[in-house]
Design a protein around this ligand. Structure first.
Ligand code: ZN
Length: 305
């Protein structure tokens, strides 16, 4: 196992973008954070005492149209998954994420703009080492229609299969064993997607008001509506891999093992983390300096310990 130090960003960096839910402009600022604190969201538009939301899978409360986290004061932050995936792919462990709205801007619907923000800020190596969540035994959730599974593996690997009943997306499958730049080169640019009739229905119901051809692939009856077409031939399954990585990074550490998704979404991605942690024989947290498991800690206490 490679011993890797934790990283934050070297300086603050800001961007603006549209919120998927509200359609309003959101300002997002990433700031350096101390080691072992993980990803901390701060809502600048609410009372300071209620503004902090830890980026933990334990705080996931809604999984419709993206992943939403909620703190004990009932303050939400939505659409965190593409940012979480971008932070994972850019090698960031600890960061403060300030936003002036209840959601992370959707940007172009992928993780690429967040990777670009981290590259603009630069990375800063910290003293503490990254702890690793090692999968020791198979864990599976879901059913025949949609499922997620963890298996032991030497490296973090994601295998994903989607099966849409249409002739534009159809069946797609992909498998990536992640090395240094794999995410940035193969996954980060893959955009979220939706069907034209679903987008129209959501807009009519006042939902996903910010959703447009600027931040999603829109699939019509006869093909893709985006003028520039697709970024990858199998962009759809690549985006599902991106979503899974963002959702899994809410565990708060990197994973050694294989994740297998079959039509898995934000809900199943969250469920498998809960099921995994409830099965202590299926996992251990490794201190990379000794390669030995750390003493068992109650579920979820790793993230901010
Ligand atoms: Zn997504």
């Amino acid at each position: 196992m490679r011993i890797e130090q934790q990283r934050t960003i070297a300086k603050a960096v800001t961007c603006k973008g549209i919120g998927l839910h509200t359609g309003k402009l959101v300002t997002l600022t990433l700031k350096p954070a101390p080691e072992n604190c993980g990803v901390i969201f701060i809502r600048k538009d609410v009372k300071e005492s209620e503004s902090i939301i830890h980026g933990s899978y334990l705080n996931v409360t809604k999984t419709m149209l993206g992943t939403t986290l909620t703190n004990s004061s009932d303050v939400d932050i939505s659409t965190v998954e593409h940012l979480m995936a971008g932070l994972w792919g850019a090698g960031v462990d600890n960061v403060i994420v300030e936003v002036d709205a209840p959601e992370i801007p959707i940007m172009d619907g992928s993780s690429q703009p967040f990777i670009a923000m981290v590259e603009k800020a630069g990375l800063k190596t910290q003293k503490s080492f990254r702890k690793i969540l090692r999968i020791k035994d198979e864990v599976e959730v879901g059913d025949k229609k949609r499922s997620a599974k963890f298996l032991p593996a030497d490296n973090f690997t994601v295998k994903f299969k989607i099966n849409f009943n249409d002739n534009i997306i159809g069946k797609q499958r992909a498998r990536y064993e992640f090395a240094a730049d794999t995410f940035k080169q193969e996954i980060a640019a893959a955009r979220t997607f939706g069907f034209k009739h679903e987008v129209e229905a959501m807009h009519a119901a006042g939902l996903a008001l910010g959703g447009s051809l600027d931040n999603a692939i829109v699939v019509g009856e006869d093909g893709i509506l985006n003028d520039d077409g697709l970024r990858f031939e199998d962009e759809f399954v690549r985006h599902k891999i991106l979503d899974s990585i963002g959702d899994l990074f809410l565990f708060g550490m990197r994973i050694q093992g294989e994740f297998i998704g079959h039509r898995s979404g934000h809900s199943t991605n969250n469920e498998i983390l809960h099921t995994l942690i409830a099965n202590p024989r299926a996992w251990e947290v490794i201190d990379p300096t000794t390669e030995r498991p750390l003493a068992p800690v109650a579920a979820g206490n790793f993230v901010y310990a």
